[in-house]
Design a protein around this ligand. Sequence first.
Ligand SMILES: Cc1cc2nc3c(=O)[nH]c(=O)nc-3n(C[C@H](O)[C@H](O)[C@H](O)COP(=O)(O)OP(=O)(O)OC[C@H]3O[C@@H](n4cnc5c(N)ncnc54)[C@H](O)[C@@H]3O)c2cc1C
Length: 492
Amino acid sequence: MVNVKKDIVCIGGGIMSITLAKLLQEIDPSRNITLYEKLASCAQESTQSINNAGTGHAGYCELNYTPINSHQNVSIHRALKINREFEVSLQFWSFLAKKYQNFKSKSFITQVPHISLVRGEKNISFLKKRYEALSKSILFQGLQFSCDKETIKKWAPLIDVASKDEIAMTKYEFGSDLNFESLSHQMLKILYTNKNFSIHTLHEIKSISQKNDKTWNIKIYNIKTKELILVNAKFIFIGAGGATIHLLQKSNIKNQKGYAGFPVNGEWLICKNPSLTKKHFSKIYGLAGPKAPPMSAPHLDLRIINGKKQLMFGPFASFTFKFLKTGSYLDLVKSINIRNIFPILQVFLSNLNLLSYLIKQSTNSYEDKINMLREFFPLAIKKDWQLVSAGKRVQIIKPYKKIGGKLEFGTEIVWSDDASLAALLGASPGASTSVYSMLTVIEKSLKGKINPKIWKNKIEKMAPSYKQDLDKKPTLFTKARLSTYKTLGFRI
Ligand SMILES: Cc1cc2nc3c(=O)[nH]c(=O)nc-3n(C[C@H](O)[C@H](O)[C@H](O)COP(=O)(O)OP(=O)(O)OC[C@H]3O[C@@H](n4cnc5c(N)ncnc54)[C@H](O)[C@@H]3O)c2cc1C
């Protein structure tokens, strides 16, 4: 077995690990960073362009980020938080675009309006309340509301306005479509130019264990040479997407006990008819059905993938046993242990509706899916659309002392007590807020080794609004937003 010593090891070559590596390289280029990826190339799981919706999640259109609270008011707390965090991503990408000529923002970000769509009196009243609540924040300045069918027709020509149903929309002009796969490769291009960064594809992490001196031993299988490598690292980030839960369990840290994963399969309908694609120029999010999970809220999306416009509808969520597209049908079973069996049972028993919804969705025919699309776009015909995989997501099952376990729909970072290991679980808002999440990892795990002046200076340059209450700082907000929009090619 080959024995190697490393400083910082990132597991998995998706947007999270790559963003962490790039941020660290900017903060301290002398740090030695090694990334291991089990596939032949990076960004081929959830980060792959077609395996996510490419929505720059900022709370403009996602109705599940603004639930009704116990006082029957629209709670905008989550939408504000995600918006602030997404702003940090925009700032970092804009910083890279200004600094590196070969970092091409056009290849991964396009300004695409974000629209919310609802029908019926009750839902329209909710959308109006949501609009009024959000409009009070400077972050949502410019959000528009309309129930006027002529305006709606202009905003979204494919949407049915002819039916008798009342309809309403909100629209935010400065939404975005992102190609996280391309963004990852843009960052990798710059990472490669520093000799302190190395990447090893076709390397699969098999086990992780902490030594008495608090460093980590990582057993890695070289898929090409069939060789086992033992790497010793001071800090590990587990960014293995759906497989993170397995590796976290192997690390045996105290804080992972009781955690489990709830895998969900996704599919899209992609339009094959370019004349239809041409008529759609926004991302339109509807409401998830009553028993459906929030991530299955249907949306009709303009996507820009490799410079080409695509029209997508979905995602169709269904049950799966796999944690990764390239995973195994034993993934779910293998993740069950004595510590998480009760949280899992608790979650399954208290989410029987969700479970039966997902199982039922698995049996839905192509025709059923086209019918769901017709609720958005009534003139849809089967031959114009093709069903493709949207990858997998693993939602977090989290242990709670009093209730046993709860299903979480967000993302969470789990740390070892000494913060020498960090792992990212969950999928939403996911890639959009990757910069904020990875700055949090650096701050908690590695900031101690960074000169405070350097940290302050770098944050001011790379992400000036990181941990700032932007809504209360209009000058910082206006300056930051105008600057990022200009650099990233938005029409202001
Ligand atoms: C249907 C769907 C729609 C989504 N829509 C959006 C959206 O609109 N906007 C948004 O921001 N986010 C969205 N997301 C979430 C987003 O895709 C994820 O948050 C993000 O891609 C996760 O990146 P990651 O780096 O954590 O994981 P991944 O991209 O999955 O990368 C993990 C990597 O780890 C590797 N790996 C796994 N196990 C090992 C091992 N043992 N050893 C070595 N390597 C390993 C894998 O091969 C993979 O390359 C969506 C997700 C889904 C499924």
